[in-house]
Design a binder for this molecule. Structure first.
Ligand SMILES: *Cc1c(COP(=O)(O)O)cnc(C)c1O
Length: 360
């Protein structure tokens, strides 16, 4: 069997939820498990995070899978519903859709449902992605509260720059608090949810009633230049493979497609079973860190579809069968992402379906 495996440390997931609890002791934790649990497997992650107070996903299909496993947690649909057809299933499965535009309120108003729904009203406080404007929020809220199909409403927003120290959350938070006080006169105190991982860790004033950690649950720091380890997090996914071929490349000879690497001296090169069709970033050029038998070395030349090349100059004992860690325990995925000009989120969620996943 091809030796490439993504090992998932489910105990690390539970540990990282503990870090959320310590950082936000007063808030309930809605574990964000969209994108197949950030590439770690939806159901596997949900089970390992049973102790969370709720889950957040994108699709009705994902939510239905969680319910089919007997999970009774509150489940939030982060983009709500896309057509009114979905509302009966949302009600039957007791899901909580995010309402981010007036069209969704219209759909709700027109659809007959057997059961009333808890919903979230998403307010655009400055990111300008999804959400009703701060100005319209009080009026939309009143409309929602006037619908018999709506039981409770939670107020929600999302921060654009919680991980950027120069900008932070302050302007967006102020606008959110203004909306909250504007609606406070007409409605009972509404529960709130604002914080992603970065805000949760850096801005306790954003915790509200529910926090929405994603990336930190998977052991990854939301901050550039700060490791998950330094935040007390443990890596969850280790992408591991083996050397399946060894070459001696002579000085001046090229290696791999385009001869993107040329040997400066005679050297041993290991060929690793992992390529861009597995989700390893093709933009990772020569010098991307990689572990062979737990020792740090570098990739060489272009990543190909199914293979990549590593420098064995400092590893005379490495041979076919030697263990290779592409990222994970001992090599933070953030470092590989940085070398490839991307972020860990993209690498984790980009693991290809053909990669075997095993729990440890
Ligand atoms: C993905 C997402 C989160 C989680 O963000 P992280 O940066 O992974 O913690 C929180 N809230 C919303 C609305 C999201 O879409």
């Amino acid at each position: 069997m091809r030796p490439l495996i993504a090992h998932i440390d489910t105990a690390a997931l539970a540990h990282n939820l503990g870090v959320v609890r310590t950082a936000a002791p007063q808030a309930k934790a809605m574990a964000v498990i969209k994108a197949n649990g950030y590439g770690h497997g939806l159901l596997r992650v949900a089970k390992a995070l049973r102790a969370a107070d709720g889950f957040a996903v994108l699709s009705l299909e994902d939510a239905a899978q969680l319910r089919a496993q007997g999970l009774t947690h509150p489940i939030i649909l982060l983009e709500g519903f896309f057509s009114a057809d979905e509302l009966p299933d949302i009600a039957r499965l007791r899901l909580r859709p995010v309402i981010h535009c007036v069209d969704q309120v219209d759909m709700l108003a027109k659809t007959r449902l057997d059961r009333s729904l808890d919903v979230l009203l998403k307010v655009d406080t400055g990111m300008h992605r999804l959400g009703v404007s701060c100005k319209r929020a009080p009026e939309v809220l009143q409309r929602l509260l006037g619908l018999s199909r709506v039981a409770r409403v939670m107020l929600m927003t999302h921060f654009a720059c919680a991980d950027e120290p120069d900008i932070g959350v302050h302007a967006q938070l102020e606008r959110f608090l203004a909306v909250q006080s504007a609606v406070g006169q007409s409605a009972d105190r509404l529960s709130t949810t604002l914080a992603n991982s970065a805000a949760l860790l850096r801005y306790p004033q954003t915790h509200g009633d529910w926090v929405r950690p994603g990336i930190m649950l998977y052991g990854v720091s939301p901050f550039a230049g700060q490791s998950g380890e330094s935040l007390g997090l443990l890596p969850v996914m280790s992408l591991e493979s083996q050397i399946i071929g060894v070459q001696t490349v002579l000085r001046g000879e090229g290696l791999g497609y385009g001869f993107a690497f040329t040997a400066e001296r005679d050297m041993r090169v290991g060929i690793v079973a992992c390529g861009y069709a597995d989700g390893y970033p093709r933009h990772a050029g020569t010098g991307t860190p990689v572990l062979v038998e737990q020792q740090l070395t570098r990739t060489l030349g272009r990543v190909s579809m199914d293979m990549l090349c590593v420098d064995l100059s400092t590893l005379p004992d490495a041979y076919i069968g030697s263990a290779v860690t592409l990222w994970g325990a001992g090599l933070p995925v953030e470092e590989v992402a940085a070398a490839a000009g991307t972020i860990a989120y993209e690498l984790l969620t980009g693991i290809a379906p053909r990669v075997r996943i095993e729990e440890i």
